[in-house]
Ligand binder design. Structure first.
Ligand code: SAM
Length: 297
């Protein structure tokens, strides 16, 4: 267990909450997926699951987010509905940011850190392929996964751009932006992972915060006035979340749009330093995740 992480959690959270987080790290998460409404619907998927005797329930905040009781990812990957792109394996927390952004048909939408494309394809599905989505990714290998998933999910309204999003020209402007930022992954750790101390380092946290700040600054620049964006990370450290948001709020005219949607009360929530933002606690259903919605005024 990296000592620096324990110290950070102790500084940020009360003892009881810190222990809840540590317990959450050790739980095995259930397999979850999202129905791709561009190719199918929840009724069709339910019929298939029932026929094959899969036990499941739905997330209380979406008809299209399924939780499997005992299945493994490999069981799902063998199904025709998976092979045909009718469903997308996605963690519950990761399904939330596009729902919170509320993408609009006809809007120019930027996904600034897009691969492998879970949220890009969700944005396309939520707008019935009727938005203009630019999906930006800078990593050579990951962009191939993004292309594959966009194609497989039938997200025809997506334009993929290989670029460092920090270098996007200020000439461009967008109605809605999703910045699902690169992060340390402190919300998704598992202590059984033997390589944990190797990849989860203080250096990684510091590198992530630098990238997050630069990306969020760019996002604010190219977001149209009066419009909204979502900033999210799969980290539960305030260094990567509230502190980044607070910094850009000091530099720009922004306001927090309080996050609210039907079923939000079912989320296992951690306290955040900014009212209206959401931090999800890792447990057997959810990865640790932070989400803030910002409006440029
Ligand atoms: N939104 C994705 C999804 O839901 O499938 C996950 C995104 S992952 C958290 C962050 C991604 O951002 C990685 O694929 C990483 O390669 C990419 N990335 C990191 N820095 C970037 C930058 N400066 N410009 C563009 N992409 C970047």
């Amino acid at each position: 267990m990296p000592e620096f992480l324990i110290q950070m959690l102790e500084k940020q959270y009360e003892e009881e909450i810190k222990n809840k987080i540590l317990k959450g790290y050790n739980l095995k998460r259930k397999v979850t997926f999202r129905v791709n409404t561009l190719k199918s619907n929840s009724e069709e998927i339910e019929q298939v699951l029932n026929k094959l005797n899969f036990e499941y329930e739905k997330a209380p905040w979406s008809e299209d987010a399924f939780i499997l009781k005992d299945a493994k990812e490999s069981d799902i990957q063998e199904l025709e509905i998976y092979k045909q792109g009718k469903i997308y394996l996605q963690s519950l927390s990761s399904i939330l940011p596009p729902i919170i952004l509320k993408p609009q048909e006809g809007a120019d939408i930027l996904d600034m850190a897009a691969a492998p494309g879970g949220k890009t394809t969700e944005l396309a599905a939520l707008t019935n392929n009727k938005a203009h989505i630019t999906a930006c990714e800078m990593n050579n290998i990951r962009i191939e996964k993004l292309k594959y998933n966009v194609e497989k999910q039938g997200a025809s309204c997506v334009y993929i751009m290989q670029k460092d999003s920090r270098q996007i020209d200020d000439f461009f402007s967008f109605d809605q932006i999703l910045l699902d930022a690169p992060c340390s992954g402190s919300g998704t750790l598992n202590f059984e992972d033997k390589n944990l101390e190797k990849f989860f380092t203080l250096k990684l946290v510091e590198k992530s915060t630098k990238a997050q700040l630069a990306l969020l600054r760019k996002a604010i620049k190219i977001l149209k006035k009066g419009q909204e964006m979502v900033y999210s990370t799969c980290s539960i450290l305030s260094q990567e979340n509230e502190e980044i948001v607070e910094k850009v709020m000091r530099e720009n005219k922004l306001e927090i749009v309080p996050i609210n949607f039907e079923g939000i009360e079912h989320l296992p929530i951690l306290p955040t330093k900014i009212k209206g933002t959401v931090c999800v606690c890792p447990n057997e259903l959810y990865e640790g995740f932070f989400i803030a919605k910002l409006k440029k005024i």
